[in-house]
Design a protein around this ligand. Structure first.
Ligand code: HEM
Length: 408
């Protein structure tokens, strides 16, 4: 086995020891090679920042191939009909579309996510955060994820969409089951649970849409139902997928950024102190939280044209590429002293929100939600500390803690 091969086998997304701290292995592989073939997932894996940033913008690649090719044409098998609800739920998701469908839906959704309209939500977001932190204060020791970050980010996205907050527990359960399908490998039980959750989620959303048709409220679902954007109209399936991707994408990564980020801050008391003293403001710190311990570690693209060459490797049409975001965020070619957690870095052009046409539509909202939370935490809990050493979920693509128990 070559020394590169023996390094590559250490890339083990199923291994809890690797997940506990993947960065030393990712650093070694990235320094050894910009690209490698992963036999287990049958993907070309990219490790370096500049290649990944360019790949995200390369229109010869796409998040799906079905707008151009049949499954057979591109050498792939049809999606397994047993998981049809899961596939249906993402059929019209922005994350799975390419132009022209992507362009239409993205234009409609972007309207409610402009920095200006997000800034207007700030008082509402601050008050949601304050209510939940009051409750945490009463508890003394609390789980930042269960008691704060999850209810907070679900409430924010529900209030934008016009989903009753009383349904947030249902949504959280469905979303947790569904996103496990995005790991590189998932077992039968996980797939069954994800498909069942997607089926229930679809039914729920369809009745919500029916309700909004009768009782419009001016919020996002209502707006999508009523849309008359340059003559375009949306089908119910499109509205279902759009609503669902916003609910899912709208909280999982935000919750995990808060969990991973507050853990990092408390593990680096000098950085917590900089935030507390106001030497670094919360808005600046958010960027380093996203970079240093990324909540999302891997995104994929299909090669849709002949002649694609990345990092010196020619990649045939129909092959799949996996981009290691967590590795790119620690690339010394892009960030000086990249393993150092420095909340004053102030570098907002990291790769945490992606790039190109799929750049995160929720980025202004996520940034604001996290900044408001950090402000609330340092104001109320100057002596905040870890009540116990937190553990990560045994998942690689979506990186987050099982719980984060804190003492006030
Ligand atoms: C810290 C939190 C977040 C992170 C790190 C994050 C990260 C990302 C990334 C990396 C992508 C690009 C995926 C790709 O290129 O394949 C993306 C896309 C997306 N994100 Fe986020 N996101 C966050 C929060 C949010 C929020 C709060 C929302 C909505 C309320 C949201 C909605 C979306 C949507 C709809 C897309 C697909 C956009 C498209 O394909 O045009 N995200 N996000």
């Amino acid at each position: 086995m070559s020394s590169l091969d023996s390094l590559i086998v250490r890339f083990a997304p199923q291994d809890p020891d690797f997940i506990a701290d993947p960065y030393p292995v990712l650093n070694q592989i990235r320094e050894a090679t910009p690209i490698f073939w992963n036999e287990r997932s049958h993907q070309w894996v990219l490790t370096r920042f500049h290649d990944i940033a360019a790949t995200l913008r390369d229109r010869r690649l796409g998040r799906s191939y079905s707008h151009l090719f049949d499954h057979e044409e591109i050498g792939r098998t049809k999606p397994d009909p047993r998981w049809s609800s899961f596939h249906q739920h993402e059929q019209w998701s922005l994350l799975c579309l390419e132009p022209p469908d992507h362009t239409l839906l993205r234009r409609l959704v972007s309207k409610v996510f402009t920095p200006r309209s997000i800034a207007a939500l700030r008082p509402n977001i601050e008050s949601l955060s304050a209510q939940l932190l009051d409750d945490c204060q009463d508890l003394g020791t609390f789980d930042l994820l269960r008691d704060y970050a999850q209810p907070y980010s679900v409430a924010v996205i529900c209030s934008m969409l016009g989903v009753p907050r009383s349904d947030s527990e249902l949504l959280l359960g469905w979303s947790h089951d569904i996103v496990k399908m995005y790991e590189l490998e998932s077992d039968e039980a996980t797939k069954i649970a994800a498909n069942q959750a997607a089926a229930e989620y679809i039914d729920y959303t369809r009745s919500l849409i029916a309700h909004k048709r009768k009782h419009p409220d001016g919020l996002l679902i209502s707006a999508l139902v009523q849309v008359e954007d340059e003559g375009d109209t949306l089908t119910e399936d499109q509205i279902v997928s759009t609503t669902m991707v916003l609910l899912e994408a709208g909280h999982e990564a935000t919750v995990n950024t808060l969990g991973n980020g507050v853990r990092a801050l408390l593990k680096h008391p000098d950085q917590w102190e900089r935030l507390m003293s106001g030497q670094v403001d919360a808005k600046t710190a958010v960027e380093e939280l996203l970079r240093w311990d990324s909540p999302l570690h891997l995104f994929e693209r299909w090669v849709l044209a002949e002649g694609v060459e990345i990092a010196g490797q020619t990649i045939p049409i129909g092959d799949e590429i996996a981009m290691l975001f967590g590795s790119a965020q620690r690339d010394p070619r892009r960030f000086s002293n990249p393993d150092r957690f420095d909340i004053g870095r102030g570098d907002s052009s990291h790769i945490g929100f992606g790039g190109g046409i799929h750049f995160c539509v929720g980025a202004p909202l996520a940034r604001q939600e996290i900044a408001v939370s950090l402000e609330g935490l340092v104001q109320r809990f100057p002596s905040l500390s870890l009540a116990q050493e937190p553990q990560y979920h045994p998942t690689f693509v979506i990186r987050g803690l099982r719980e984060l128990l804190l003492t006030t």
